[in-house]
Design a protein around this ligand. Structure first.
Ligand SMILES: O=C(O)CCC(=O)C(=O)O
Ligand SMILES: [Fe+2]
Length: 256
């Protein structure tokens, strides 16, 4: 849980997608490089020596039957240690997920005006485009952040670029695209409710040098007027309570 002082992905998306500039828009403006606003400050750039390739987040198979205690144990361990895991064979047909991704790519190929119409008429605002840029190492994809959700469920295409903080270290671990998988991560709310047992882990997105990336995150959030804090049932996991109570709308405003 921390707030990173980096440009927000939403600014980049707003410029490139909502305002309809696109990557082409950048070049039509005669810009050789991405505007300064979207350049990562030096200390925030992901330096490739920070990538840890010897470790990977767990892939949990057959999540739907994990109400057996052994399965639950694996999920809990993943939530405690990594805060991130992927699930496969979850019950949603792979073809359905692939259709969603394909629709996302098609949408972003539409001319700007068409795209706007879809935006105005549709409430599906979750699909995200991470446009290919020629200098991805300099550019803000999504700066490092933790989610202010309870949990987040993410569908990503096969481009890759999501990195997760390694447990107890400064490195970043790639979350490789796995066909038909959903990436699940613990958000701040569940970290607090679990009294710090489950971890809301920092992550970031690095855009690709040549391919547009589509991802569809679904944030499961409490209602704005919900009050949350460590659950009394879990206080035994630490001998002190790590947090006060929050009104979710206040929490969101401060930490988003
Ligand atoms: O697209 C992704 O892989 C992650 C996006 C993300 O972290 C977010 O929207 O909070
Ligand atoms: Fe996120």
């Amino acid at each position: 849980m921390s707030i990173a002082e980096v440009p927000k992905a939403s600014d980049l998306i707003d410029f490139l997608v909502n305002k309809g500039n696109g990557v082409k828009g950048l070049s039509q403006m005669g810009l050789e490089i991405v505007p300064q606003k979207f350049i990562q400050p030096h200390e925030e750039r992901l330096d490739f020596t920070q990538i840890v390739s010897s470790e990977s987040i767990p892939i949990i198979d057959d999540f739907s039957t994990s109400d057996d205690p052994k399965g639950c144990r694996i999920d809990c361990d993943a939530a405690e240690k990594w805060g991130f895991f992927q699930i496969i064979n979850h019950g949603i047909p792979v073809e359905v997920l692939e259709d969603v991704i394909e629709a996302g790519h098609k949408f972003f190929e539409l001319p700007v005006e068409e795209r706007r119409k879809v935006y105005d008429s549709d409430d599906d605002e979750n699909t995200k485009l991470w446009p290919a840029v020629s200098n991805p190492e300099l550019t803000a994809g999504a700066g490092r952040h933790a989610d202010v959700s309870s949990i987040t469920m993410l569908l990503q295409d096969d481009v890759g670029g999501l990195y997760v903080r390694e447990p107890k270290g400064d490195g970043w671990i790639h979350v490789p695209p796995v066909k038909g998988a959903l990436v699940i991560n613990i958000g701040d709310v569940l970290q607090i409710m679990s009294n710090d047992r489950y971890k809301s882990v920092e992550h970031r997105v690095i855009v690709n040098g040549s391919r547009n990336r589509v991802s569809v995150p679904i944030f499961v959030n409490p209602a704005p007027d919900a009050v949350f804090g460590p659950l009394t049932q879990v206080l035994k996991w630490r001998n002190h309570c790590i947090s006060r109570l929050f009104l979710y709308s206040d929490y969101f405003t401060v930490f988003q």
